[in-house]
Design a protein around this ligand. Structure first.
Ligand SMILES: NC(=O)C1=CN([C@@H]2O[C@H](COP(=O)(O)OP(=O)(O)OC[C@H]3O[C@@H](n4cnc5c(N)ncnc54)[C@H](OP(=O)(O)O)[C@@H]3O)[C@@H](O)[C@H]2O)C=CC1
Ligand SMILES: O=C(O)C1=N[C@H](C(=O)O)C[C@H](O)C1
Length: 260
C-alpha cells in the first residue's frame, strides 16, 4: 500500500493534535509536516509557520494537506495548495462566501474535499433528515447543537449543512434563538447553539406536528471520530484528478480506515 504523506494545517489545535495522534496508529497515512502559528516542541515532525508553508509543501513532497484551523486561514491555504499542486482536505467551519469560492476555484487545479463533519454518523443523519423531510412535508422543524466552550463559530458548520438540507425541501428562514414575545412563524426554523465544557459535538433536529414529534440526534463521543474520517478522506483523495469531492464519495469506498 502506498503511504500518503500529509501536512496538518492547524497542527497544534484540538483537531490538529487528534489528527496527528490518530495518524500514528495507521499504515496508510503519515504526517510529515505540521503548519501552525505556534509550535510544538515535542513534535516528531517539523512544524512551520503559515508563511513558510508553501516552501515546506514543495520540499517535503506532501500529497495532501489536512486542515482544521480557522475560517480566515483557509483562503491562503487553498492558494498554497494550488501553487504547489497538493490536494486539500479541509474540515474548518464558519467559511464565508468568498472563501467557499476560493475553494471552488482551487478545485479546478487540485483535488479538494471540504466537509463540515467527518463522522460517518452525520452522513447517515443527513440521509435520515432528507427522508424525514420528504415524509413529513409540513411538520415544524427546530435544530439544537451543543459544543465545547472553546468553539469559535455559531451555529456549527454541521448545523449549517443540515439547514441546507432543510432548504432543499422547502422555503425556510432560520431564527437564531428566541426572546420575549416571539411566537413561532410559518416556515421558521429555530436554531439554538449551546456552548459548555468539553462536549465534542451534538446535533438534534426536531420535526413536530399532528400530535407527534420525531427527533434525529447525533452525538460525537470523541474527536477521534472526525480524525478517522478526515484521514480516510486524505488517503482516498491522494493521486486523484483535480475536482470537488465529498465525504459521501469517500465513505462509499472505505470503512473506518480500511478499503472496502
Ligand atoms: N469537519 C469536522 O468534522 C470538524 C471540524 N472542526 C472545525 O475545525 C476547526 C478547528 O477546530 P479546533 O481544532 O477545535 O480549533 P483550535 O482553535 O483548537 O485549533 C485551530 C488551530 O488553528 C491554528 N491556526 C490559526 N491560524 C492559522 C493559520 N493561518 N494557519 C494554520 N493554522 C492556524 C490555531 O493556532 P493559534 O491557536 O496559535 O492561533 C489553532 O492551533 C474549527 O473550524 C472547527 O469547527 C472541528 C472538529 C470536527
Ligand atoms: O468545533 C468543533 O468541535 C466541531 N465542529 C464541526 C462543526 O462546526 O459542525 C463538527 C463537529 O460538530 C465538531
Amino acid at each position: 500500500m502506498t503511504q500518503t504523506q500529509l501536512a496538518v494545517n492547524g497542527a497544534v489545535g484540538r483537531m490538529g493534535q487528534t489528527i496527528r495522534d490518530t495518524a500514528t496508529t495507521r499504515d496508510d497515512v503519515s504526517v510529515a509536516l505540521g503548519v501552525s502559528p505556534t509550535t510544538d516542541t515535542e513534535s516528531d515532525h517539523p512544524i512551520v509557520a503559515p508563511t513558510d508553508r508553501q516552501d515546506a509543501l514543495k520540499t517535503r513532497d506532501i500529497d495532501v494537506v489536512v486542515d482544521f484551523s480557522t475560517a480566515d486561514a483557509v483562503e491562503p491555504l487553498a492558494r498554497d495548495c494550488t501553487a504547489t499542486d497538493v490536494a486539500l482536505v479541509s474540515g474548518t467551519t464558519g467559511l464565508d462566501e468568498e472563501t467557499r469560492e476560493v475553494l471552488q476555484a482551487a478545485s479546478e487545479e487540485v483535488p479538494v474535499l471540504h466537509a463540515t463533519n467527518f463522522s460517518r454518523g452525520v452522513v447517515a443523519l443527513q440521509r435520515a433528515l432528507d427522508s424525514a423531510l420528504a415524509a413529513l412535508p409540513s411538520y415544524d422543524i427546530e435544530l439544537l447543537e451543543t459544543h465545547h466552550s472553546g468553539k469559535q463559530d455559531a451555529p456549527s458548520g454541521t448545523a449549517t449543512t443540515l439547514l441546507e438540507t432543510v432548504a432543499d425541501h422547502r422555503d425556510v428562514a432560520s431564527v437564531h434563538g428566541r426572546n420575549g414575545e416571539q411566537q413561532r412563524e410559518d416556515g421558521e426554523v429555530g436554531v439554538f447553539s449551546r456552548r459548555a465544557g468539553t462536549v465534542r459535538g451534538e446535533h438534534e433536529i426536531l420535526l413536530a406536528d399532528n400530535d407527534e414529534a420525531l427527533t434525529l440526534t447525533h452525538r460525537a463521543e470523541s474527536r477521534g471520530v472526525f480524525a478517522v474520517g478526515a484521514l480516510d478522506a486524505s488517503h482516498w483523495l491522494a493521486g486523484r484528478l483535480a475536482g470537488r469531492y465529498s465525504v459521501v464519495d469517500v465513505f462509499a469506498d472505505t470503512t473506518n480506515g480500511d478499503e472496502t
